[in-house]
Design a binder for this molecule. Sequence first.
Ligand code: FAD
Length: 378
Amino acid sequence: MDFKLSKEQEMIQKAAREFAEKSIRPIAGQIEKEGMIPAEIMQGMADLELFGIAYPEEYGGTGAGYVCYVLAAEQIAQASSSVAGVYSVHYLGTSAIASFGSPEQKAKYLPLAGSGEKISSFAFTEPGTGSDPKQITTVAIRDGDDYVINGVKRFISAAYLEGPIVIFARDSETGHPTALLVDKFCPGYSVSEPWKKIGLHGSKVVDVYLKDVRVPASAVLGPKGQGYQVLQAGISFGKVGMCAGSLGGMQAALDASIKYAKEKSHREGTIAKFPTIQVAIAKMAEKVEASRWLTYRLAWLADNTTDLISFAKMAAMTKAFVAEAGVDVARLAVGVHGSYGLMDDYEVSHIYCDAIISEQTEGVADMQRLITGGSLLR
Ligand SMILES: Cc1cc2nc3c(=O)[nH]c(=O)nc-3n(C[C@H](O)[C@H](O)[C@H](O)COP(=O)(O)OP(=O)(O)OC[C@H]3O[C@@H](n4cnc5c(N)ncnc54)[C@H](O)[C@@H]3O)c2cc1C
């Protein structure tokens, strides 16, 4: 067992940290206020080859792997959860293509996704359900050599940015959910105004309207009628990025709390002298450390495992723990800051809202526990 990062991993972590500190952190507030990530940030990440970091070189990636991806995403999330959010959903969609795509699909989509020219999305949730594939109502009706897709997808990240989107629809031949690859903004594709949510304002979610969207039969991703398998695997890889995002937020909350505790005066000293503050900081540090190693291990498994079922279980366990720890750490950080922690001007108030969101997305925490508990009790 070796807990030491390789030279390459250290280099990528350092490059991402420097970029996040120099280019993202100074405008993190602006990103939240304006609800958009400037093109220069996306370009800067593309220049560092971060979008293709986990994908094979033959498809335009760097082949550095998921551990490097997590190291980079963690640094980015420390500066802005929104930028990390878009980075993570892009990986969610692209991972499904990398895992299940035919050679033609990979050749068509991975190079552009890997260079950051196109941003991938992954659309499962509908107005009726976000957790249950049996309830999806979007349909893909076979028509000659094509499928015609109709339905509505809800709360879809990055669906307003050009690129591929993985759509889950019930196909007319098997009657089961099937994953299909669609180009965003093709005829029949449109999106709603962004939802107004409590945080992650720079990583918007929209509803996607699919009206007679026609795709060739070759757009099916993975086995027909087995969209659930694509969903489970895709979301499991997506959870690696979700955990890295939570981890970055937690570290930022801990750093801000240590700084605040050492600066906030109380009589002749600062609030850092209080045992209550010390215990809060210690609890935060414990959760950050535990989350970090669980997340790194999940990334290592993403690079090394071929057993997708075991990986899905580990991803569920890690995501439930890390997302909940993110909320705990953010709440403790707000406590260390007192009323200032509730103010918009203070970073920890945003981290808290972002952490609550992470707990509910890409698998609600309790649903993750049902996966873990169910497999342990089988
Ligand atoms: C910022 C953000 C980004 C998002 N991005 C995407 C995206 O890119 N793509 C996408 O497809 N979706 C996306 N979503 C949607 C999100 O993943 C879903 O909303 C989420 O999975 C929960 O679905 P739901 O809201 O329909 O809740 P439901 O599935 O209705 O669940 C509601 C509650 O019931 C519980 N519950 C549900 N079923 C069961 C069960 N069988 N047993 C026990 N308890 C159960 C859940 O734990 C939860 O507490 C995003 C949401 C947000 C807020």
